[in-house]
Write a protein that binds this ligand. Sequence first.
Ligand SMILES: [Zn+2]
Length: 466
Amino acid sequence: MKKSRFNGLRIIKPRPTIALLSVVVILVLIIWVLIAIFEGEKPQARLEPLPGYLSESINFNLRVSDRRMGLRNIKVSVKQDGLFIPILKKDFLYEGLFNKRGIHEFEGEFTIDPKGLNMVQGQANLIIEIHDFSKRRGGDGNLSLLEHRMIVDTIPPSITATSRGHNISIGGSGLIVYRPSFDTCESGVLVNDLLFPGTPFSRDPQTGIYICYFALPYNLKKDTPLYLWAKDRADNETKRVFSYYIRRKRFRRDKIRLSDRFLDHIISRFSSDLFEPGETKIDKYLAINERLRRENHAVLKDLSESPTDEKLWDGPWIRMKNAATMATFGEHRTYYYKGKVVDEEAHLGVDLASLARSPVQASNTGRVVFAQELGIYGLTIVLDHGQGLYSVYSHLSKIDVNVGQFITKGEIIGITGQTGLATGDHLHFGFMVHGVFVSPIEWWDPHWIRDNIYRKLDIIDKPGEK
Ligand SMILES: [Zn+2]
């Protein structure tokens, strides 16, 4: 059988490729358009700030974006007790193919003023609804719903003094007993911008009674107003006057003439790390007397930020036995070098001198919170007596206690010396009320303690005698 070269079937196919391709292209296009207009990406939103409480008018910043179909509308409202208070409403136009020219990013501000909006005290939810131009959800678009819960609290706390007879000396201490309202979260006495924090009188918060040890710094002006102060969780603040009398105090003034020999002697006792290259003798002395002093005071102030809540002390503080007072509290010292005033400082403790290397007793019961070298103060011990009261022992030659140790009144804690910026063996005894140095004399005096402290504490225990 002969095979023809052409007898094979020549299948003439219809030419479907172009038509099919067109169908496929159209389908793809339709799918692509559908995907585009039915996109499921929700708008993004960022709100700042996010306060937990609303006590006053707050400005909010809202940033919204939608990458795909763009923003359709934004609605901000506050929901309280089932009612919606409208805050902001914004509608955007659909522009260009697939809203390409529409708004995809928006940043706006709005204010919520709880008083202006007559909001009631209690919970309020800030609700932000953002729709995009997607065809989803029946054509409404994707919805981003933000809800931020806040508490409306525009009522400041109240605070009332329950103690009387607050006679305080400049450079001295005072105690006030008061009752803050239950919404109070921080309270105390304000002396200028210094806050002396109060402590609950008892571990039982139901009593609602607070006590606060406060002080008038040695350089305070006599006409400075004092206030009881309270703040609640919503940052509402209250300032109340209370009855008090401020006694003026005159402090000794001293002139100290610095000789080159004295400067050499003092400078040699401090590490050369303290000085900058090229500093003169007097510069170096001032680096010690001014700069180092400030740094040392900052350390002591920091220490006093977290006092023990309980009263650890009992009765008057012990003054070092058989010791002569070499320098008093608040002494104002003017330093002269070659006839010129170079520095002025105040002496914020009492210098007590007895025999060299005398034992030093804990002046009252407390906990050791500092026991090491401290610049101009040399070897120093600080005892925390609770509720903001601290005693400070400086220029020691030996420390016999460790931080954290509980010390009973009268226990030997170290030995006197002349470390730091001291001339001659003595104890520099300091007393701090919440980090402010005060005259220790009051705390050594049983009459002062009875009249100014115990009398007020006793009344809390026996409220009938008020
Ligand atoms: Zn001193």
